[in-house]
Write a protein that binds this ligand. Structure first.
Ligand SMILES: Cc1cc2nc3c(=O)[nH]c(=O)nc-3n(C[C@H](O)[C@H](O)[C@H](O)COP(=O)(O)O)c2cc1C
Length: 356
């Protein structure tokens, strides 16, 4: 890798992040147990919740309160909200500030039909005037930093992210994270790093966080170098390798970095994360709630397909104990237990963008 000059440390207003490498929100995955695990491993600059419905937050439904639950090790901590009603979004932001949240992120990137049809998520990029008034109102409603996560634009004919980033900076937004795809693209095709660079060039002071398809230190290096972004946020790559943040900080500070976890490390991590979830929800419910996550762990651990599938059939604590014993006895199909495992294939959410 070529020598790299790093941009200054990343701050959201007065909030100094722990590093420039952030965990991207992944609905259904980036719950508190996973965010806690990532902080415990170290290196992550900031973790953010999954997208939270601002209206549901005001009703304080138990599900929503679980989404915004945090723990001591998770600092700093951001909550991502979505919605299009100014009053509701401002009230939700104030509620979060009162609960001690460090930073609020506004979702303007979600392509899912349910969200977009409601005037939220990526569809906000189609209504600049309304969106700007909404953003101004939220920034005025709270003292903590407010950030925006968006895509390059609605489609290739409307690459409006640079415009929005400039306007947001004027409105007092503390940082912008940009996924280098359009809404229309969903997760297909490649991340457009020139597009991210144009967003970086459009602002004067605020940090721009580049996002999309970063799964290794080499990928992050390319993102930083080619776009000039100040920070990098990592979603799926962190599911495949929760050690990535620590590796990145090691690389930035020393020029080299240690390996990701071995099979045995991952098994221990998986069990720890499961325990955190079980503490919150009870074992029976955690077994079901952990299925999606287990799928990623087991793939990254190169567990044989049939055994991977067996996790999805576990019904009770005894079954879980037996499963972990079998897993520990069997080990990976490629590589070994104590060495570096081959990289896993990172899946793209399937189906049209409407579906996830
Ligand atoms: C299953 C899944 C759920 C996601 N949920 C959210 C979300 O709640 N909020 C958000 O801003 N982005 C969400 N995203 C987008 C990611 O944060 C990120 O922008 C995208 O996955 C590209 O980055 P990556 O290649 O590092 O994963 C989600 C992506 C996936 C795959």
């Amino acid at each position: 890798m070529a020598m790299m000059t790093f941009p200054p440390a990343v701050s959201y207003g007065a909030l100094r992040l722990r590093s420039r490498y952030l965990l991207s929100p992944l609905a259904g995955f980036t719950n508190m147990p996973f965010r806690r695990i990532v902080h415990e491993i170290g290196g992550v600059g900031l973790t953010t919740t999954d997208l939270v419905n601002a209206r549901a937050l005001l009703f304080q439904s138990p599900k929503t309160l679980e989404l915004i639950e945090t723990c001591e090790v998770e600092s700093p901590f951001a909550v991502q909200i979505f919605g299009s009603d100014v009053g509701t979004m401002c009230e939700a932001a104030k509620l979060l500030e009162a609960r001690g949240v460090d930073s609020i992120d506004i979702n303007m990137g979600c392509p899912v039909r349910r969200i977009v049809a409601n005037g939220s998520g990526a569809s906000m990029m189609c209504r600049p005037d309304e969106t700007l008034s909404l953003i101004r109102a939220i920034v005025e409603a709270v003292r903590i930093p407010v950030t925006v996560k968006m895509r390059l634009g609605w489609d290739a004919t409307q690459l409006t992210a640079p415009f929005f980033a400039r306007e947001f900076e004027q409105a007092g937004i503390a940082a912008v994270a940009i996924h280098g795809r359009t809404r229309e693209q969903g997760f297909s095709g490649f991340v457009d790093r020139d597009g991210i660079r144009r967003v970086v060039d459009a602002v004067e002071r605020i940090p721009i966080i580049g996002n999309g398809d970063v799964r290794t230190v080499a990928d992050a290096e390319v993102m930083l170098r080619e776009t000039g972004c100040h920070g990098v946020s990592i979603g799926r790559g962190a599911l495949a390798n929760p050690w990535i943040f620590r590796q990145l900080v090691e690389w930035e500070t020393t020029g080299s970095f240690g390996p990701a976890g071995t099979f045995d490390d991952r098994l221990a991590l998986m069990q720890r994360q499961f325990r955190y979830l079980a503490k919150r929800r009870g074992v029976e419910s955690a077994i079901i709630g952990f299925r999606k996550m287990a799928h990623w762990y087991l793939k990254a651990m190169h567990v044989r397909a049939k055994l991977r599938h067996e996790f999805q059939l576990i019904r009770n604590p005894d079954g879980l104990d037996r499963y972990f014993e079998k897993l520990a006895a069997e080990g990976p199909v490629n590589g070994n237990r104590t060495g570096e495992l081959p990289e896993m294939h990172i899946p793209v959410p399937s189906g049209p963008v409407e579906r996830w």
